[in-house]
Design a binder for this molecule. Structure first.
Ligand SMILES: [Zn+2]
Length: 304
């Protein structure tokens, strides 16, 4: 059996095909298509056509809100409004297809083969141009009634603050997305961290302000969900200890103290760009009732 996981972003679409033993047998990356889901489905099918065996099921990891009651996806970065993309893909590929939010897919992958295997209470926060979130509560994904819960990015951290594309004001992602920091610094993330390591006081101040905003939001989330582990993923999550060390310090010194409970573990996501498509493979296995058991985790990790 072969399960395809497809990570659909606004710029690229990454596909991974895995067998039931978790061995990656095929990977492809194609350009994305905005505003035309039928063309995108055709392009995905073409991208998968290099794999000659029949695909058993497909799991989609998609940025945006994936409503599991209406089976539609709304995604600003793809210019989609309530697109029934699961059924479009089923008609194109002639196999069962299920979709989930890309951050939920990434957390699913990390919890089965990555940084939080065996953990039951996890918050995954994806720090990119926006902020995405996903939760494990008692080992199960927390989704809200229609699968659109977990939107950490629109958790309001500033009363009457900056306007957000969601229509609200003061949303967390206006202050703690990597975009908010690069706008202020005027240079890309990698350059910010390079200058911080070189001791540039201006960049250190910008990073410290950013970490403060991030920790204000994280403190609220930790109070509510009391995770054992907080995973930082997305573009800036890759900054690793440079960021994590500051976050741990800030959480200890500036956030409201929580008596009698230890601080969660703060870790970086492990699977990088592979997380969304690998999460899609697991989703595809789950909908067929065939949980994929990864026999060689190191081989899978090398594939990223
Ligand atoms: Zn918002």
């Amino acid at each position: 059996m072969f399960f395809a996981g497809i990570d659909i972003g606004g710029t690229t679409v990454k596909s991974t095909i895995m067998n039931e033993f978790g061995r990656i047998v095929y990977q492809s990356t194609i350009g994305s298509v905005k505003g035309d889901p039928y063309q995108l489905a055709e392009n995905i099918a073409t991208g998968l056509s290099g794999f000659r065996s029949p695909i058993t099921a497909v799991g989609l990891s998609c940025a945006g809100t994936v409503n599991r009651i209406t089976h539609t996806i709304t995604a600003a970065n793809l210019k989609w409004m309530e697109v029934p993309f699961e059924s479009i893909m089923e008609e194109t590929l002639h196999c069962p297809v299920a979709a989930d939010n890309d951050v939920a897919g990434a957390l699913c992958a990390e919890s089965r083969v990555g940084c939080c295997v065996g953990e039951k209470y996890v918050v995954y926060i994806s720090l990119g141009t926006g902020i995405g979130g996903a939760f494990l509560v008692d080992g199960r994904p927390f989704r809200g009634f229609d699968n659109t819960g977990g939107e950490i990015g629109h958790f309001i951290t500033h009363a009457d603050g900056l306007p957000c594309p969601c229509g609200g004001r003061g949303c967390f992602e206006q202050y703690a997305s990597s975009g908010s920091m690069t706008r202020r610094a005027g240079v890309p993330i990698r350059e910010i961290f390079r200058q911080v390591r070189a001791g540039n006081p201006q960049m250190i101040a910008i990073l410290d302000d950013y970490v403060h905003e991030l920790c204000i939001g994280l403190a609220g989330i930790v109070h509510i969900f009391r995770p054992h582990m907080v995973v930082l993923g997305g573009g800036i999550g890759a900054a690793g200890e440079e960021l994590l060390g500051r976050v741990r310090n800030e959480m200890e010194t500036h956030c409201p103290s929580i008596p009698n409970t230890p601080m969660p573990l703060f870790v970086s996501a492990m699977l990088g760009n592979l997380a969304g498509s690998v999460g899609g493979c697991f989703l595809a296995g789950d909908i067929m009732g065939v949980p994929i058991h990864v026999e060689d985790m190191n081989a899978l990790l090398r594939a990223k």
